[in-house]
Design a protein around this ligand. Structure first.
Ligand code: 3PG
Length: 238
């Protein structure tokens, strides 16, 4: 479970970071979100991600192939692997049994969050409102997914939503691409960005793993460049 200390008052003090698998996501600042219809595509896809230098991924439980895909990846790859779109306690058990190291949910489910906490599995619930964010805080969670980021108001909404909650870190996901990712990265409360644009189901269906590698490398390069910017420029967006 994520165990973040409260943020001190000063904006200049670095934010506390989670440990375990979530730390890998925070270091990379990019979480590729994978939808697989055929578990046979799992390993070629993860190898394509790794060729680009990616150290983490999320497989969504919105297809019947998800558990088998997680199992295949967990057995043959050292990539830090999570399960996304986890909606039920049964799916928590399925995902963790298959080898998922953390769980991501699109909304806030007290049942799913509690099940993860009882099993000692890090969980990142989705929020789009202050009410949902307070539910996450009540559950002891200070790292959340902001979803669906694009249609819930984008980076401007994230900025407004984060203002009363300086201790919270976000993984905005939904509608993010190479063209708008820097808008999110500019905000200091953004822990990482999630998205499928570099691993789209269309690319997987076309078996275009070279393009997946290219897009992932491009995304990581954009993120590194954003991180190289003047920190005072980043703080001013808050
Ligand atoms: C998710 O499941 O986290 C999102 O649907 C990913 O959103 P995207 O496909 O717009 O990147």
């Amino acid at each position: 479970m994520t165990d973040l200390a409260r943020l001190p008052d000063s904006d200049s003090t670095p934010a506390p970071q989670p440990d375990g698998p979530l730390a890998t996501i925070g270091t990379q600042r990019l979480l590729p979100v994978i939808v697989l219809h055929d578990a046979a595509d799992a390993l070629p896809l993860v190898r394509a991600l790794k060729r680009a230098g990616s150290t983490c991924a999320e497989v969504t439980f919105r297809t019947p192939a998800a558990a088998e895909a997680v199992r295949a990846i967990a057995q043959d790859s050292d990539i830090t692997l999570g399960a996304g779109t986890v909606l039920t306690v049964d799916q928590v058990d399925l995902a963790v049994g298959a080898g998922a190291q953390y769980v991501v949910t699109p909304g806030f489910s007290p049942h799913v969050v509690r099940a993860c906490q009882e099993r000692g599995v890090p969980v990142v619930p989705g929020v789009a409102t202050a009410t949902e964010l307070q539910m996450a805080l009540d559950a002891g969670l200070e790292l959340v997914k902001f979803f669906p980021a694009g249609t819930a108001g984008g980076a401007a909404h994230l900025k407004a939503l984060s203002a009363p909650f300086p201790m919270v870190r976000f993984i905005p996901t939904g509608g993010i691409s190479a063209t708008n990712v820097v808008d999110y990265l500019a905000h200091p409360a953004v822990f990482a960005v999630g998205g499928s644009w570099m691993v789209s189901p269309a690319l997987v269906a076309a078996q275009d793993f070279d393009e997946i590698t290219r897009r992932t490398a491009e995304a990581l390069s954009i993120i590194r460049s954003a991180g190289d910017r003047d920190p005072s420029e980043t703080r001013s967006t808050r």
